[in-house]
Design a protein around this ligand. Structure first.
Ligand code: ASP
Length: 332
């Protein structure tokens, strides 16, 4: 078995033979051991899914203006959407599962690879902040269901009824026919995925959702899963996903986007290639997936399967909503 010492000895020997001065400079691009939590000074930049991301971006920026870092910013930003009762697929106001219960998924990730998440969480308004507590106050990455709820309560989060009267009505309507489809109406995708870079070039990301409306009880999508709904690598970039979680999980979507950037692709190219993996392997016509990404040079990109994936960008004092380029150009 190859142990660390023999690996190092062999690597040194090889580099001596190759005349390489610095062992690690012989590693492929991006494989440096240096723990870089940001080298660009392009920030602050905030990029988030959908047009309602604009409000969240403003909060993220104001958090950075007050001295918060990128991690503080993404947490504060997505909390705005979690608390918005008019948003039917994130936090309070989110549509429930088929049993009428609102269950929430979220994760957060920092530039150095630290991360935390919660899934199948009930009765708590801000799953993203619970995810951060998982990251900072436990040795774990992901807590689920009743365990996550108990943890949240123990950390001082109040127990709250997350089912709004409007969401309850929508569930009662749905119960009349009980049509269970994994297809997501594109207009009702409301997961917020946010990636940000602060003025020191440090990256972070957050992702939070109530998931697929009227889902099977216990269903968890991509949003709380590191590498699926969200991935951040401070040496390369960050990516977030929205859309049908099952499709994103099957391709480890945001991990793929970040790895493609590591290999030299621009954020836009990486998002497009990750969408093409889904298009090549899955029945993509019935569902939407959108990726967005930001690299450490401050460049951003996005791409989706169907047209209509909007994203919000705050950069250089401007706050804009764009529609991502898509694989399909018209209605399916
Ligand atoms: N990705 C979310 C999920 O599958 C839903 C969405 O973005 O609309 O849970």
């Amino acid at each position: 078995m190859i142990n660390r010492r023999s690996f190092l000895r062999k690597t040194m020997l090889l580099s001596a033979l190759l005349g390489v001065k610095n062992v690690f400079s012989a590693l492929p691009f991006g494989a440096s051991r240096r723990q870089n939590t940001g080298s660009s000074k392009e920030g602050p930049i905030v990029l988030s899914t959908w047009d309602f991301g604009k409000e969240a971006n403003l909060e993220a920026l104001s958090t950075m203006e007050k001295g918060g870092n990128a991690l503080d910013a993404v947490e504060a930003g997505v909390r705005i959407v979690e608390a918005d009762p008019t948003n039917s697929s994130v936090g309070y106001g989110g549509l429930p599962d088929r049993d009428g219960k609102v269950t929430l998924d979220a994760c957060i990730m920092d530039a150095d690879g630290s991360c935390g998440g919660v899934c199948f969480l009930e009765d708590i308004m801000h799953p993203i902040s619970v995810a951060r507590k998982v990251m900072e106050n436990t040795p774990h990455v992901l807590l689920a269901g009743e365990g996550a709820r108990q943890f949240a309560l123990s950390q001082g989060f109040p127990k709250e009824n997350m089912l709004t009267p409007k969401a309850k009505e929508a569930w009662k309507d749905w119960k009349k026919e009980r049509i269970y489809q994994t297809e997501i109406n594109r207009e009702r995708h409301d997961t917020i995925g946010m990636v940000a870079m602060d003025a020191n070039g440090r990256l972070a990301g957050a992702c939070t959702t109530s998931g697929l409306s009227f889902k099977l009880r216990g269903r968890v999508g991509d949003s709380p899963i590191i590498g699926a709904g969200l991935f951040v690598d401070g040496e390369v970039g960050a990516a977030a996903a929205t859309g049908l979680g099952e499709a994103v999980l099957k391709t480890a979507g945001t991990f793929l986007v970040v790895e493609l950037m590591r290999q030299g692709m621009s954020p836009a190219e990486a998002c497009e290639e990750a969408i093409m993996r889904i298009v090549r392997k899955q029945q993509y016509r019935d569902f939407q997936v959108g990726f967005l990404a930001l690299n450490i040079a401050g460049a951003h990109g996005a791409f989706s399967i169907h047209p209509g994936f909007t994203y919000s960008l705050s950069k250089n004092g401007k706050h804009e909503v764009f529609t991502a380029d898509s694989f399909l150009k018209g209605e399916k």
